[in-house]
Design a protein around this ligand. Structure first.
Ligand SMILES: [Zn+2]
Ligand SMILES: [Zn+2]
Length: 154
């Protein structure tokens, strides 16, 4: 957070824009049902920032409260899913941006997988990153790397 790196992003139509300052506290894949549902995706990747690192511009984002205190934001015009937002514990309020809403997501490299047990069974990713039971935290990962059995093959 101490450096001045700025990154920008926004929705597909450009109505909602945002800028982040400093480094992300975490870039992770999330396999949980809620993230997948919100995005219509098999897995999502999120980059988290404390609220004081984030500035929105343009149209106000729409927020759907998926559970008490958890907002799932999207563009009211084009529908692009933008964030998971809520209480980040000692970080205070946080925004976790869906990685491909950044203008240059290549710069945000994931380091772990969250909610591995909720992964859709026929899809896995060929990285060696740790897979966690729930949130990425200090717990012992379930394993590193993808499953090999159980996935379809041509
Ligand atoms: Zn939009
Ligand atoms: Zn999730």
């Amino acid at each position: 957070m101490s450096n001045g790196i700025k990154m920008t992003g926004g929705c597909m139509c450009g109505a909602v824009r945002y800028e982040t300052t400093g480094t992300s506290f975490g870039v992770n894949h999330c396999h949980c049902h809620s993230c997948r549902k919100h995005n219509g995706a098999v897995v999502v990747t999120l980059a988290g920032f404390a609220a004081d690192q984030v500035t929105f511009s343009g149209d106000d984002r729409k927020i759907y409260e998926s559970s008490p205190g958890v907002g799932r934001a999207f563009c009211g015009n084009c529908g692009t899913p933008l964030t998971w937002e809520g209480d980040g514990g000692e970080l205070g309020p946080i925004f976790e941006f869906h990685i491909s809403t950044f203008d240059n997501p290549d710069d945000l490299v994931p380091t772990a997988h969250a909610f591995e047990p909720e992964r859709i069974p026929w899809f896995d990713v060929a990285d060696n990153l740790p897979r966690y039971q729930g949130f990425v935290d200090d717990s012992t990962p379930l394993r590193h790397g993808p499953v090999s059995e159980g996935l379809p093959s041509g």
